[in-house]
Design a protein around this ligand. Structure first.
Ligand SMILES: *Cc1c(COP(=O)(O)O)cnc(C)c1O
Length: 421
């Protein structure tokens, strides 16, 4: 029996309706920008396995560092103990994070990093005797699948069953360059209720909303307004962090900086799960007190796992290397060229790019939507290209190490769908 068949017996996959999607593909191996299935067929990983393996799968530099660390210290409680990988990682992150970020709190995944950010924002006010319990979020945002994270994400069929249990949230549209004043006014109105504790947003690009890019100045103004009014601004950089928008963090594109930043995907270069919620001294100081109860009583068993910290440290070294920065520039330029060649195609409704993130919306009749996503996915996989279209949007978020030839193959595969839709 194949792995895919054995899988069916006991495994329950994420984000899957197993009745309509019974098939899984077994991946046996991965290297660089390539995945190999159990039959040896290779696929270009066009989305870096959900934006994680940006320096390539099984990167030898990272593997070597982690293998050495494994022989020294595997795991230890981080409450009351510390270790070199965590300390060194904190020092390395300080060099690439926006300057106001000074303290790091560890957890295990993107959802917990935003959950922690929300709890920090709520307790920040609570500790100062203020009753503020509303979080403002963007309508189509995505911040994860745990309760707090799900509450501040856009409403959809995915979080519908839990709506009655959400924390208090007010959703506003993203600034698009035309509605900036309206969005800003809406935020002012919400702030005037004296109930708003924080504002959470995916800076400049909303991944799950099909790589929608919003207005830089509009977002900058919203953050500035929050900072002025002591509303905790939370940048969810789980997807955008570590170079993807052409700067280390998407927040670097703006003048106003958030109070809190969430990081996870690609923090550990895709090797193991880990997340960090960073914050400014202003936030930290609201917890620093002779009163024990003012501390932040949140903790996960695997906090700051030494192997994960080592992988993250090696990843940051790679990100900052000249070679990787050149790769990023090359991909940005390459996407720009590709864009010129397709943006006027009748099957292309619109295109957008920020850094190495590129997306296009197909121009198709509504009645052809049906199983379009599945059809596109199958087409790409047959071509040896792993892309996960979102509705009628096709996007590329490839590892920085993808070669010119591999990238050209991804482009060719995308162009070839124009004749089938
Ligand atoms: C993926 C993602 C999350 C959730 O991260 P998980 O590790 O899947 O829990 C949160 N926010 C953003 C912006 C993401 O892309």
């Amino acid at each position: 029996m194949s792995l895919s068949q054995r899988d069916k017996k006991h495994l329950w996959h994420p984000l899957t309706q197993h009745k309509t999607h019974p098939e899984t593909i077994a991946i046996a191996k991965a290297k660089g920008a390539l995945l190999y299935d159990e039959n040896g067929k290779e696929y270009i990983d066009g989305i870096a396995s959900w934006y994680t393996c940006m320096y390539g799968h099984c990167n030898p530099y990272i593997l070597d560092k982690v293998q050495k660390q494994m022989q020294e210290l595997d795991q230890v409680v981080f409450s009351g103990f510390t270790h070199e990988p965590a300390v060194r990682l904190s020092e390395a992150l300080m060099e690439i994070l926006p300057e106001n970020q000074q303290k790091l709190f560890f957890s295990d995944n993107g959802s917990t990093s935003t959950e922690i950010a929300i709890k920090m924002a709520l307790q920040y006010h609570f500790n100062q005797g203020r009753k503020k319990n509303v979080i403002v979020a963007f309508e189509e945002g995505f911040h994860g699948d745990t309760f707090g994270a799900m509450s501040v994400s856009g409403l959809s069929v995915y979080n519908g069953p839990f709506e009655d249990f959400f924390i208090s949230v007010e959703r506003i549209p993203v600034p698009d360059g035309n509605n900036n004043q309206e969005v800003l006014s809406r935020m002012k109105e919400l702030i005037s209720t004296d109930k708003v504790a924080g504002f959470i947003y995916e800076p400049l690009v909303q991944g799950a909303a099909a790589m929608k890019i919003h207005d830089r100045e509009g977002l900058n103004e919203l953050i500035g307004l929050c900072r002025e009014n002591d509303i905790v601004a939370i940048a969810d950089e789980v997807m955008t962090g570590f170079g993807k928008t052409g700067t280390n963090f998407a927040s670097d594109h703006m003048v106003h900086q958030p109070d809190i930043i969430c990081m996870s995907k690609s923090l550990t270069a895709g090797l193991v799960p880990m997340a960090i919620t960073s914050c400014s001294m202003k936030i930290y100081e609201a917890f620093y007190s002779d009163e024990i109860a003012k501390g932040f009583f949140h903790g996960h068993t695997y906090t700051a796992n030494p192997l994960a910290c080592t992988a993250a440290l090696a990843g940051i070294e790679l990100l900052r290397s000249e070679g990787m920065q050149e790769n990023i520039k090359r991909i940005i330029a390459s996407h720009e060229e590709f864009d010129k060649s397709i943006k006027d195609h009748p099957k292309v409704a619109s295109t957008r790019q920020i850094g190495i993130i590129y997306a296009l919306d197909l121009n198709i009749e509504m009645d052809r939507y049906g199983n379009l996503r599945d059809k596109l996915f199958k087409h790409f996989m047959e071509d040896g290209v792993f892309l996960r279209p979102l509705g009628s949007t096709i996007y590329i978020l490839a590892p920085y190490v993808i070669s010119k030839e591999q990238l050209d193959k991804v482009y060719a595969s995308i162009k070839s769908v124009f004749s089938i839709v």
